[in-house]
Design a protein around this ligand. Structure first.
Ligand SMILES: NC(=O)C1=CN([C@@H]2O[C@H](COP(=O)(O)OP(=O)(O)OC[C@H]3O[C@@H](n4cnc5c(N)ncnc54)[C@H](OP(=O)(O)O)[C@@H]3O)[C@@H](O)[C@H]2O)C=CC1
Ligand SMILES: Nc1nc(=O)c2c([nH]1)NC[C@@H]1CN(c3ccc(C(=O)N[C@@H](CCC(=O)O)C(=O)O)cc3)C=[N+]21
Length: 292
């Protein structure tokens, strides 16, 4: 038996279409338009690609896109000053500072400088804390996208055991919180976990957010489990190829034979991340301008 492939690309497109319709409706009624500011420090080629596609999709759903590019050696104070200007700019509803930042910049300080009401990444301690407590908030895009993909398979997670591999603040921890909030029984595994294959084998839902190409093998997966592969790993370039192949944290070809449903890489969580960024921007816009 072969797993159902969860089509993140198609689900993301649906979500973007819904957002575009709502943006058009609000524009027709009020003349107001949501705005998203993306800040890129340095010129990492992968980040350039993401920032470019974010800007394109922002405009495609009818929002304003503001791109700010700063040199890799920009002083931290200058980045903080830009964030302060964006906080004060009424045309800006969402602010995203692309990570990772160069080593001389204190990432926590930059994240904490963002107005929580405009923190469409959901990384600010206020928003992370609200998620933990179960208050309405801006939820980090990749975790939210992962949840929406899971909800395309499972109505409810009651009685299901979920294993999240990875405990980063931007993916692992918030994914685990969302799963818990939706009644899964959640285990968080990481680099110090003993016998990871056995831990994963117990899971009805596996979320892999590790950053290790194809770490999770097919034989680790319980038959019929749902697998969400968050990993985006670029393999070394083969001779003659333009680019290295993109693979997830799960050995897809093996896991697809065992799982009940699985996300591909590319075309899984990645496209959902950007769609959820637009969703969060619309949410922040409504909250700021209409108090919704
Ligand atoms: N699709 C998307 O939109 C996005 C994809 N990603 C991708 O998701 C992946 C994870 O990203 P991120 O959370 O930022 O990564 P981090 O490097 O911040 O965290 C990785 C986590 O994996 C754990 N880990 C590392 N090696 C192992 C191992 N051998 N066994 C078990 N656990 C291990 C680490 O454990 P410990 O804490 O003990 O060190 C850590 O908790 C990456 O591939 C990244 O590219 C990230 C963001 C968005
Ligand atoms: N402040 C901040 N917020 C982020 O959300 C953030 C970030 N920094 N830094 C980097 C990571 C990574 N990330 C991705 C977004 C989209 C795809 C995506 O669309 N991937 C496509 C393929 C893209 C390709 O071909 O390279 C896919 O999986 O199908 C991937 C990864 C957001 N991140």
């Amino acid at each position: 038996m072969s797993a159902k492939i969860i089509d993140g690309k198609a689900i993301a497109e649906n979500l973007r279409n819904t957002i575009a319709a709502e943006v058009a409706d609000i524009a027709a009624r009020t003349g107001a338009q949501p705005g998203l500011a993306v800040v890129l420090v340095g010129n990492d080629p992968a980040s350039e690609v993401y920032v470019g596609s974010k800007a394109r999709q922002t405009v495609a759903v009818g929002m304003r896109s503001f791109e700010h590019r700063l040199p890799a050696d920009v002083p931290e104070a200058e980045l903080l000053a830009l964030v302060a200007r964006l906080n004060a700019d009424d045309a800006v509803d969402g602010i995203l500072v692309q990570l990772p930042l160069p080593a001389h910049i204190n990432t926590d300080r930059v994240i904490e400088a963002i107005d929580p009401a405009k923190d469409v990444d959901g990384f600010h301690p206020v928003n992370a804390g609200r998620l933990l407590i179960g208050l309405p908030t801006l939820v980090a895009c990749t975790p939210l996208g992962s949840l929406l993909l899971l909800q395309s398979v499972h109505q409810d997670f009651s009685g299901l055991s979920a294993v999240v591999v990875g405990r980063s603040n931007i993916v692992g921890k918030p994914v685990a919180q969302l799963l818990l909030q939706h009644n899964a029984t959640v285990t968080i595994a990481h680099s110090r976990t003993r016998d990871l294959p056995a831990v994963v084998r117990a899971a009805d839902i596996v979320v892999a957010a590790v950053g290790r190409p194809e770490l999770v093998r097919g034989e680790w997966i319980k038959s019929g489990a749902t697998v969400i592969d968050v990993g985006i790993n670029r393999l070394p370039q083969e001779p003659g190829a333009a680019k290295g192949r993109l693979v997830g944290d799960v050995a897809f070809d093996e896991a697809v034979k065992v799982a009940g449903a699985i996300t591909p890489v590319p075309g899984g969580v990645g496209p959902m991340t950007i769609a959820c960024l637009l969703r969060n921007t619309l949410q922040a816009f409504r909250a700021r301008r209409f108090g919704e």
